[in-house]
Unconditional design. Structure first.
Lengths: 354, 826
């Protein structure tokens, strides 16, 4: 009894000191912890700049700044980020099928994959001493690929982009885009109105004098003869002889500012062509139209003659620039400050609206 | 000793009063000069790493007193002449506002927002809309285009839907006076009277300006509370002395405290008015205890032979120990708050210690000395008698304490403690809800704040400093790229509306240089190239233009994070993420420094207040236990008096958690100073039980006597104070209202504990420090029978002695007694 009593008294005696010690311990050593689970970034973030987007049926594949590659299997509904061994800016992607692709970018980086992007390997590409920024890459049958970039870089590969060699000595101007005509001839455009043509699979290159001196950003052919090149300040050039001679289409006069409602063209007058920069032009066989994009949400369209062009803004407040066009069944998908689908009836849908 | 002091004080009462009056007069002159204002610097724990960073860089990267003004167009977008004119008018007006940093006014109409353009002659930077406003349709369209393509403007300064634009202005902290800034900006904004243009303003200077704006209202409420207190005391006590003396004592202690505070250079923060009420409540409560006891002593004296000075003398000598002990514990518990690293709390603790200490003079000494002059001690001032109600209540207390119900009472207390303890764990540190907790959710300010945060990236900012003391370090690709990654990482958090740094600017400059080609929208690959880009951007810049981004020797750069709210959890998550990023991405040169701006300093405050509060409680309990142990020479006493303190803190915390009141810089003073206040109710009652036991009373009767005298004082003061404090709930400041509620709760819990729980505990545990060294199990000679009657003081009842035992449980009451063997002899 007395022991029990003593124990009780002891307990009661100790309690206050115990409580104080506990409080002090908590006060000194326990800090409030951040709550909430880890925030998982969305695949497409507001800071992203996608320089290129390709479409193959329902697969969409985009590359951009800070080593980012995203892929969608469901035509843009959902996206996931692919992991890559480098964090340089990627400028372009090209595909042979849904599994085999090549990506080029800054610092001469070339990556290839043969498993749909689950793993990316660095390719063996030559580097110059000045600047190695690769801006464009194109894939053709049997593993043939062409890449161009800063400092006159012109590279080719015959093994699905695993190894690369120079097709031409580097020179001090930027080549922005290269394309292959239906008859196999190669045509590239670049800075200072540069146009290069090779009729022998890249062994020899011939320089063509363009009617403008400003930079040409993009080129595409409708067939062996008819093609369009475009560039800064709304310059549009047309050739009918495979690229050897060019005429200006549209004109350089400024027209009233682009301020259309979404999808409604200003007019069909040929003079209504923009003075905004044009970054990409593509010929769409199925829809029998030319498509073009550039700065400030610009869109361009023309009939097969490539003479009469329409232009407008994708959406009233969408001033995003776009640098890439890829064809899909009923329109095109665009890559740039945002990714989206521009349908043949002029509806603009941004993937993963932020 | 008490007796000697008491009789000495009563003998020289003229002198005592004269001295007190003289001091009061002198100090009241000082008290009326006290500065009533919030000093922002006082809110910050100056030793905290974040606050050091903040103080070091606030002049360049922006302080915590940023005011954000949103001009909203009711019809159409902002690109209309009348809307832009309003923006221009406000921007120009801001330059004339006192303490404004003229280089930190940013709006469409200032020189700060500009467009970088490539032209034939090179790079050209041109203000968007300065100095001339666009007038023609073409000019307006051009401006719209310029805004839309400028990511430093479209988003941060013009909303996504183009219907609103921001003007931000920063102040020079040391010159800033919240009230002046509030008045000047308000009149500037109110002068905008343009149809379909709405102007909204947020920012800390405005917030604290609103607090000052409501100061007269708050004072009125306090005055009303005083009147109600007065009225209730008069009704319940039925005597003029019972009404006026508590008021005098509250008044005198307030004057002394404020006077001394002013002399030692402490300002009075309007947000802590509730604290003043809490302490005044203590003064009133001590005073009422003394008056109640005095009335009782007067009743004991045979009719017609009253000697008021004798009664006053007895009262003083009997209440000196519990009174002084109560004040000493209050003062010491409040004093530990001074250990807090926050200057506001240190100053407040000092003020509160002074204030509580003055209660010793104003209540414990002044009240009985004044009572010694009472002329008609048995008269009543009015016929309304409510004392029977109090009597019933106290009978109930007594019944619950000594019947079997006592176990239920203690059991319930334990359950309440654990349940509240569980809920108290949900207490939020920092603000618990979006918007300012100082104001009601539907207040103008909070509506403005919600509107601005809805349209923009967030009005509250935090800046992180990246770099080092080496000049030009901020131009290195490593630092710039790390900043970009950091911004990308931070923007994932949904509450972070956006981020801004020099590494957002340089890529656009680069792109402009490269014919506007977005493929070149990237940082330079070397320090030299970045240096050139920076030089291009600066060309034509004014002093202060680059301040938002880099310091003058380009060693440090800032990343500004915009927050949509300032909730504790938002900030804590952000800080944790910042640290995660820094750990995962170490820099070889330079370092990340947290964290400036308003959110940075709030983060610092939030980090210190919870641990500070828990430490304060621990130290306060320690002091309480030590004091009680010393005074009663028993560690059991410490244990006993811990109960009301622990219980009131737990209940208060759980209440804050339930009401969604976060623990932040504004609530923490009340919570911290409340810790120790409130043990005195229990002290009066328990000490009275002890005295009666020493006088040879049976313990049941001792408890009854204690409850009917000291307990009566507790009931009266608790009721009167709770009612008057609740009046503050009508305040236009949500914070004041909630704190009023909190104080009322505090008083309720400590009164409840003192009346219901402590006597039950005394009766159950029969602690030696109360019962003396008696052998409890042996009935001794002066044992009283169950049916004995004892006189029970019952002020206002003609029959001063009532049978006490009627409702006792005869079985449970073991007749107990003890030898009057001493415990503490005076």
């Amino acid at each position: 009894m007395s022991i029990l009593n003593l124990l009780t008294r002891l307990c009661i005696g100790i309690t206050p000191w115990f409580v104080i010690a506990c409080l002090l311990y908590v006060g000194l050593f326990v800090k409030p912890q951040p709550v909430g689970s880890t925030v998982i970034p969305t695949a497409i973030e507001s800071r992203d700049r996608f320089y290129s987007l390709v479409a193959l049926d329902s697969v969409l594949w985009a590359v951009g700044a800070d080593g980012k590659i995203v892929r969608s299997e469901d035509a843009g509904e959902s996206w996931h980020v692919q992991s890559v061994p480098v964090s340089t800016h990627f400028q372009d992607i090209t595909v042979w099928d849904q599994n085999i692709a090549v990506v080029v970018g800054n610092e001469g980086v070339v990556l290839h994959t043969s498993d749909g992007g689950n793993t990316w390997q660095q390719s063996d590409a030559p580097l110059n001493d000045v600047e190695n920024k690769l801006l464009d890459v194109k894939a053709y049958a049997n593993g043939e690929a062409w890449a161009v970039g800063a400092f006159g870089t012109l590279l080719f590969s015959r093994d699905y982009g695993h190894t690369w060699s120079y097709a031409r000595e580097p020179a001090d101007f930027i080549i922005n885009e290269i394309t292959k005509r239906d008859d196999g001839g190669l045509v590239a455009v670049g800075e200072f109105g540069t146009i290069l043509i090779s009729e022998n699979k890249g062994t020899n290159w011939q320089s063509i004098t363009a009617p403008v001196e400003s930079s040409l950003m993009t080129i595409d052919f409708q067939n062996a003869g008819t093609g369009v090149a475009a560039g800064l300040e709304g310059v549009l050039l047309k050739t009918v002889d495979g690229g050897f001679s060019w005429i200006r289409v549209g004109n350089s006069l400024a027209f009233q500012k682009v301020e259309a409602n979404p999808g409604i063209a200003f007019s069909s007058d040929w003079r209504d062509v923009t003075t905004e920069h044009i970054f990409s032009i593509v010929w769409h066989e199925e829809l029998n139209r030319w498509f073009g994009v550039g700065t400030k949400g610009l869109w361009l369209e023309a009939d097969p003659t490539a003479i009469s062009w329409q232009s407008g803004r994708l959406a009233p407040k969408d001033l995003a620039w776009h640098t890439s066009i890829s064809k899909i069944k009923d329109g095109v998908v665009l890559g740039g400050k945002n990714l989206g689908r521009w349908s043949k009836d002029h509806q603009w849908l941004v993937f993963q609206e932020l | 000793m008490s007796k000697n002091v008491a009789s000495w004080l009563i003998r020289f009462r003229i002198w005592v009063i004269s001295i007190i009056v003289l001091i009061t007069l002198v100090l009241s002159y000082s008290a009326i000069q006290i500065e009533v204002k919030t000093v922002f610097q006082d809110l910050l724990p100056s030793d905290h790493e974040y606050v050091k960073t903040h103080n070091k860089f606030k002049e360049t990267f922006g302080g915590s007193n940023l005011v954000t003004i949103m001009v909203e167009s009711g019809q159409g977008d902002i690109f209309q002449p009348h809307v832009l004119a309003a923006v221009d008018q406000i921007t120009r007006g801001l330059q004339k506002v006192s303490a404004v940093n003229p280089f930190q006014i940013v709006s469409l109409a200032s020189k700060k927002l500009k467009e970088v353009k490539a032209s034939t002659s090179g790079i050209e930077t041109k203000p968007l809309m300065w100095p001339d406003l666009p007038e023609t349709e073409a000019e307006l369209n051009e401006l719209r285009e310029k805004v839309l393509r400028n990511s430093l403007v479209y988003g941060p300064y013009v909303s996504g839907d183009l219907t609103s634009t921001l003007i931000t202005v920063d102040f020079i902290d040391r010159l800033l006076d919240y009230e002046t800034a509030f008045n000047e900006i308000s009149s500037l904004v109110n002068a905008i009277d343009v149809p379909n243009v709405k102007v909204r303003v947020v920012g800390d200077p405005m917030l604290y300006g609103w607090v000052n704006y409501y100061l007269p209202e708050t004072l009125n409420l306090v005055l009303m509370a005083g009147l109600i207190l007065c009225l209730l005391l008069f009704v319940i006590n039925r005597t003029w002395r019972g009404t006026i003396l508590p008021l005098i004592s509250g008044f005198v202690s307030a004057i002394w405290a404020l006077g001394i505070a002013n002399l030692i250079g402490i300002n009075f923060d309007p947000l802590v008015i509730v604290i003043a009420m809490l302490i005044t409540a203590r003064a009133v409560s001590h005073s009422v205890q003394i008056i109640t006891r005095f009335d009782e002593e007067v009743d004991k004296i045979e009719s017609g032979r009253e000697s008021v000075s004798f009664a006053a003398n007895t009262t003083l000598s009997q209440l000196l120990r519990p009174g002084m002990l109560g004040i000493a514990t209050d003062a010491c518990c409040v004093a530990v708050v001074a250990l807090s690293p926050i200057p506001l709390l240190q100053k407040l603790a000092l003020l509160a210690v002074v204030w509580v200490s003055t209660v010793a003079i104003s209540s414990i000494i002044l009240t009985p000395v004044l009572l010694s002059w009472v002329k008609h001690p048995r008269g009543y001032a009015h016929p309304i008698n409510v004392s029977w109600l109090i009597h019933r209540l106290l009978d109930l207390c007594h019944y619950l304490s000594v019947s079997k119900m006592r176990y239920v009472m203690v059991g319930w207390t334990v359950i309440v403690f654990f349940v509240c303890g569980y809920f108290a764990l949900g207490l939020k540190v920092g603000d618990a809800n979006p918007g300012s907790p100082i104001l009601w959710p539907d207040s103008q300010y909070n509506q403005d704040s919600a509107a601005i945060n809805g349209k923009f990236q967030g009005a509250d900012r935090m800046f992180i400093v990246v770099g080092g003391d080496t000049p030009d370090l901020a131009k290195t690709p490593e630092i710039l790229q790390s900043m970009q990654q950091f911004q990308r990482f931070m923007e994932v958090q949904p509450e972070v509306g956006g981020t801004l740094s020099i590494s957002d600017v340089l890529p656009s400059v680069n792109r402009t240089l490269r014919e506007g080609n977005p493929r070149y929208e990237e940082l330079g690959s070397s320090q030299d190239i970045n240096g050139e880009l920076l030089y291009m951007f600066e060309a034509g810049a004014e002093p202060g233009d680059m301040d938002r981004f880099v310091d003058t020797d380009r060693g440090h750069a800032s990343v500004t994070l915009f927050f949509r709210d300032r909730q504790g959890e938002t900030i804590r998550t952000a800080v944790a993420r910042i640290n995660e990023f820094i750990d995962d991405n170490p820099l070889t040169n330079g370092e990340y420094q947290l964290a400036g701006g308003l959110i940075g300093v709030i983060a610092a405050v939030n980090e210190v207040i919870l641990s500070g509060q828990l430490q304060s409680i621990a130290y306060a309990l320690l002091i309480l236990v030590v004091l009680c142990t010393v005074v009663y020479r028993s560690s059991m006493a410490g244990m006993f008096f811990m109960v009301p303190v622990v219980l009131s803190n737990t209940v208060t915390f759980s209440f804050m958690s339930y009401m969604g009141i976060g623990m932040n810089i504004n609530t923490v003073p009340v919570a911290a100073l409340g810790i120790g206040l409130g043990v005195d109710y229990a002290l009066y009652i328990v000490d009275r039980i002890k005295q009666e036991l020493q006088n040879g009373q049976d313990d049941k009767i001792a408890i009854e006597l204690a409850l009917h005298s000291a307990g009566k004082g507790v009931v009266i003061t608790a009721f009167v104070l709770i009612v008057s404090v609740l009046l503050v709930y009508l305040s236009s400041l949500k914070f004041q209202a909630e704190m009023g509620l909190l104080v009322a709760l505090w008083l309720t819990v400590s009164a409840f504990t003192a009346l219901f729980v402590m006597p039950a505990m005394v009766y159950i545990f029969k602690p030696a420090f109360i019962y003396g060294n008696a052998n409890l199990s042996v009935p001794v000679s002066n044992n009283r029978g169950v049916n004995d009657s004892v006189p029970v003081p019952n002020n206002g009842n003609a029959n001063t002695s009532v049978p006490v035992s009627t409702n006792w449980d005869a079985n449970s009451s073991m007749p107990v007694s003890r030898e009057t063997a001493e415990v503490i002899n005076d």
